[in-house]
Design a protein around this ligand. Structure first.
Ligand code: WTA
Length: 652
């Protein structure tokens, strides 16, 4: 089950324990187990108490209506997310507090106070209204990591227009699929964004995507590349395309927030699943903001003077919940950075931590493993003494990476919160509380208060090692798959009755600590990004030379997994190196660079069962260079032996 090189045997012998440091407990947001106790005494009252900390225009009449698998939280309540993230901070000292500190990859800096951010969000909200975008209209956002990404998201929530943010690394075709699936009316993009010295041509990609989209009426373009270098031509199309800065210049800063129902659609975010088509995960307003705000405060021990930095991209759920909505709902100061961690040197992150006095740092295991590989000298060049809490998310963190993070970055002073959650869960679900929980390297420890988790087998019996299962609805849970409620039921709720299946394997140790073991379905985790094997297979089969393809994950010391593709060509032909390059390029064009296969092997035949099912498990053994597993169900065992020989010749 575990595919991340973090064997059960390793975990079982992991005996290192880290109690919360004494100095950390002082003044901590959560300093004792009272929160767990009150949540288990009355789960709904617990969540209600967190909802009460938000600003509501109208109070809910019912905390939860649960008609499995459909939940409604804070039924009847009315609120607005941008009001909660901005307006409510303007009546006190937070008015002039920095909400956002942003540094571009080339080193340019912009800062927004809460008042300043509020003003620009209102202006852009009015600009969107001026383009005919209203409550309920979907807006696609395809931006680099620039302040306008957060501004655009907040402006959408202000006018009640659900956003669908598409990661800037996705290809035109992926962008078009997502635009078409939600029927977006407007697209917000930029002429380009900086990444490792180069410019990603977002507008050019967007123009290509729009060739196959019919619903987009207006495109707003942020001048990012042109702003700095004038090297980028945005190819503005008269009547359809508008410069962001021109719209803002003419827009009023007076924009009343739309009154939204707690269950109104807040956003849609696509994530990979086990079929070729990504799923549009639907999040609504009141429950989402409640859990995101609560976890932000408790898990990160957020205090008024913290400088908080989450290194994710806004194109992923971590960027939604823990760069924009969670921190801003709590009036935090957020650092946002545009570019790569190794640009211009491998100490850029540590340079940023030192320069801005970052106190809370939240990143992914794949990044930590890259830092390990680059060496301690890079963090050691910088004063990291302001850091007081470290976080990890996105994949299981192997104990060695955890220890390195603890020792080299945290200087054995900072608690580490290993947070398990998903696009679908909306907010953190399993995590230590930093002043309360004794941590163990590699364990996400315990469910957050108010979250009910167990481990089940296929038949739904409780086990000590098996499938992770969430047994009660939670406020920030996805409500459905956009336009496909059947798929929602099928994917998450059909394994057991009324219990959510996240697709992860896990184990509980003798002390009740949870150890997440990775995906149990055909979803890969490449550098912490979810990629469906079927998506990559569809992209390969789309190439005219290919008849069949099977994709598996192969362990990788930095990325966790990389993609190995086994491809059968038309007429059973053998391919050459040029075709390997072409196929890789084809996948990048279809999906994006994150899905580029690391290895492509041409196979006259793929190993199949007698009923014709491709045995990915055996291909995985081949890719991992392992002894081949049970082959008794294989139609033709010679096929896989031959592949193994071929693979070894290629890799060797
Ligand atoms: C994995 C990212 C182990 C898991 C927020 C999950 C983790 C998938 C952890 C969701 C963790 C995330 N330990 N595994 N702390 N955090 N995962 O939707 O397999 O991009 O199902 O959301 O990442 O990835 P997603």
């Amino acid at each position: 089950m575990n595919e991340k090189g973090q064997g059960l045997d390793v975990l079982l012998t992991e005996t290192r324990r880290f109690a919360p440091p004494e100095h950390f407990k002082e003044g901590a947001v959560v300093s004792d187990r009272g929160l767990y106790e009150s949540a288990s005494a009355d789960r709904l009252a617990f969540w209600e108490s967190w909802a009460e900390k938000l600003d509501w225009f109208e109070r809910w009449h019912t905390v939860l209506e649960w008609d499995p698998p459909h939940a409604k939280w804070f039924v009847g309540g009315k609120l607005n997310v941008s009001h909660n993230c901005l307006d409510r901070h303007l009546n006190g000292p937070r008015r002039n507090k920095l909400a956002l500190i942003w540094e571009g990859e080339p080193g340019d800096v912009r800062e927004y106070t809460y008042e300043g951010l509020h003003r620009e969000v209102c202006q852009f909200a009015n600009a969107l209204k001026g383009l005919g975008v209203g409550k309920g209209d979907r807006v696609a956002i395809y931006l680099p990591m620039i302040p306008e990404a957060a501004i655009a998201m907040l402006a959408c929530t202000r006018i009640g227009a659900p956003h669908s943010v598409v990661f800037g690394g996705f290809s035109p075709e992926s962008l078009a699929d997502r635009i078409n699936d939600v029927g977006a009316k407007a697209l917000i993009t930029a002429d380009g964004g900086y990444r490792r010295g180069g410019i990603i041509p977002l507008k050019e990609n967007a123009d290509k995507a729009l060739e196959s989209c019919t619903t987009i009426e207006n495109v707003v373009v942020v001048a990012r590349g042109a702003d700095l270098t004038a090297k980028v031509d945005a190819h503005m199309r008269e009547g359809r395309d508008h410069w962001y800065h021109e719209l803002i210049a003419d827009a009023s800063a007076d924009c009343a927030p739309e009154v939204m129902d707690a269950e109104d659609l807040l956003y849609i975010l696509y994530t990979s699943g086990t079929t070729g088509k990504p799923k549009g995960v639907v999040h609504t307003t009141g429950g989402y903001l409640t859990q995101v705000a609560a976890t932000m405060q408790c898990v990160f021990d957020l205090r008024e003077d913290d400088i908080y930095w989450c290194t994710a991209d806004v194109g992923w759920v971590t960027g939604h919940s823990y760069i924009v909505y969670g921190p801003l709902a709590n009036g935090a100061t957020v650092l946002m950075y545009e570019g790569g961690p190794d640009w211009p040197e491998k100490d850029r992150f540590w340079d940023l931590c030192e320069k801005y006095g970052v106190t809370i740092f939240y990143t992914a295991p794949t990044a930590i493993r890259a830092f390990m590989k680059w060496g301690e000298e890079w963090p050691d060049k910088h004063d990291l003494s302001k850091l007081r809490l470290l976080g990890s998310v996105g994949e299981p963190i192997n104990p060695e990476a955890w220890m390195w993070y603890h020792r080299v970055v945290g200087k054995e002073r900072c608690p580490i919160v290993d947070t398990w959650w998903q696009t679908e869960t909306g907010a953190i679900m399993i995590t230590p509380l930093p002043a309360v929980t004794e941590t163990r390297p590699g364990s996400a420890t315990h469910p957050f208060p108010g979250i009910s988790v167990t481990l089940l087998d296929d038949a739904g019996a409780e086990v000590e090692a098996g499938f992770l299962a969430i047994t009660e609805p939670w406020p920030s849970m996805l409500r459905t798959i956009y336009g496909d409620d059947e798929r929602y039921r099928e994917t998450y709720w059909s394994k057991w009755d009324g219990i959510y299946f996240p697709g992860d394997g896990a184990k509980r140790d003798d002390d009740g600590y949870l150890w997440l073991l990775g995906r149990v379905d055909d979803v890969l985790s490449v550098a912490g990004h979810r990629i469906g094997t079927m998506e990559v297979e569809s992209a390969l089969v789309d190439h005219p030379a290919v008849v069949e393809a099977a994709v598996v994950g192969k362990s990788h010391d930095v990325k966790g997994e990389v993609i190995a593709a086994f491809v059968t060509l038309k007429g059973g032909k053998d391919g050459d190196d040029d075709l390997v390059v072409e196929l890789k390029k084809h996948v990048v064009e279809k999906i994006g660079a994150i899905a580029r296969p690391e290895t492509v092997i041409f196979a006259a035949d793929l190993p199949k069962t007698r009923s014709g099912k491709i045995m990915r498990r055996l291909l995985k053994d081949v890719a991992e260079g392992k002894a081949l597993g049970d082959m008794t169900t294989l139609a033709d065992p010679a096929v896989v032996e031959q592949l193994k020989a071929q693979y070894e010749a290629k890799e060797g």
